[in-house]
Design a protein around this ligand. Sequence first.
Ligand SMILES: [Zn+2]
Length: 96
Amino acid sequence: MPAWSGSDRAARLPRDWPRRRARILRRDPVCQVCLLASSTEVDHVNPGDNHSDANLQGICAPCHATKSGREGGRAAAARRPPARRPADPHPGLIER
Ligand SMILES: [Zn+2]
């Protein structure tokens, strides 16, 4: 379940969000954070209400959860060591 469920996040997204989201997922089929897993969600590079393509990137659910959590507690994250090694690549992504 998306982290923003229950908040007003969905209401603040642009009307054409579903189309925009599909476009970003086509543009970034691989998670732009770990570069390993398939993108299943769209992330705002800089959190906020900038929904332009330049501020959106495809991201996998685990990275999105990590990033969203970090944005919620940025000060604490600044003191934390860098993220651990990304998860192993999805088997379906190895052959190209
Ligand atoms: Zn990822």
